[in-house]
Design a protein around this ligand. Sequence first.
Ligand SMILES: Cc1cc2nc3c(=O)[nH]c(=O)nc-3n(C[C@H](O)[C@H](O)[C@H](O)COP(=O)(O)OP(=O)(O)OC[C@H]3O[C@@H](n4cnc5c(N)ncnc54)[C@H](O)[C@@H]3O)c2cc1C
Length: 353
Amino acid sequence: MKNSDVIIIGGGFAGLLCAKSLALQGVSVTLLERKHTPGMGMHTTGIIVGECAREFALPDHLTRKVTDVRLYSPSLRYVDLKSSDYFFLTTDTPNLMRHLSDEAIKAGANILYDTPYEHGKMSGNEVIVNGEYSARFLIGADGPRSKVAGDFKLGQNTEFLLGAEAEYTGLPLENPNAFYCFLDQSLAWGYLGWVIPGVGVAQVGLAQRMPKRPDIDAFVKRMKDTFDFSNATVTARRGGLIPCGGLVKPFTNGSVILLGDSAGIVSPLTAGGIHTAMHYGKLLAEAIASHLHHGAEHPAIVMSRVYPRFYAKQLLRKTFEYAAPNWLLDIAINNSVFKCAASTVFFKEKTLR
Ligand SMILES: Cc1cc2nc3c(=O)[nH]c(=O)nc-3n(C[C@H](O)[C@H](O)[C@H](O)COP(=O)(O)OP(=O)(O)OC[C@H]3O[C@@H](n4cnc5c(N)ncnc54)[C@H](O)[C@@H]3O)c2cc1C
């Protein structure tokens, strides 16, 4: 049996940040990731909010700053939103994952690729994984459909957005610093469509509240008079599930703790989960290290106090889904109260709660 203090399942943003922080604090950690190499088959658009960019130093060459927002109504009327100090970063996500993986390995974490989690069980005070690895704590950072959660009878995500994205070269953007967002409840119910300058590409996508499915071809067709797709070529496609129902219950049984998308800690309003994955990954690592080294409070108790519940954001999501039909969005787009509310959603310092 290969023993460590902590086993993490999943080498996404949550797992890698947690592994690096644990290793930096002298906690032995083994991370199992089913992908062959870091950065393979990414599903995320990879937009990083300003708060996350300030909390975690990310290499400049893997990111691109986006400062403006152009928000379209369903009839393609738009409003330009600006902030003097807020920004988003788009990312070369596959290479960013390689960077985060390298950082965790450099810190001393044992990261095993091509190693899927298959099964796990409790044995006394230890958790046994795949009959081969044992640890005091198991962290399930294995994404929105967590097998760890299922095996240990923890809560699972039940509400999702489904996102789809295509990456283009040769797609000219009038404002290369703008995040173009499209409200349209028939194409993107409960969320939006987007066109955003990425690192060397333009990213075009949309997400819908399930059970509806995003139709990227229909979205591109709708955009044909707004963007010039005539010389644009698709270089990559991606997509996946985004939990939007808030923190799962229970997220822990004491020895097994869920993190990131597995725990449902994704903003139900913006569908952003990268900052929460990284931030709470680091907090969970600190709680485990303090508990193991200094006998501090149990990490499950710490996390139950700090994990976000998103009550207000869930209410706002439901209101947007059911009380904002296209005709109302078309009227609202030029209204100063709506513009102010939209600026708040995009540019106000985002709380993680
Ligand atoms: C289309 C789309 C666009 C998005 N855009 C944004 C955005 O722009 N900004 C933002 O903040 N958020 C965005 N999100 C959400 C964000 O990507 C997630 O919240 C974030 O990636 C969560 O990180 P994570 O580490 O918890 O999970 P994941 O990134 O899903 O990582 C889970 C890891 O676990 C591994 N794994 C799963 N099962 C096993 C197993 N059995 N054994 C071993 N390994 C396993 C997977 O291979 C994966 O590497 C988007 C999501 C989608 C789907």
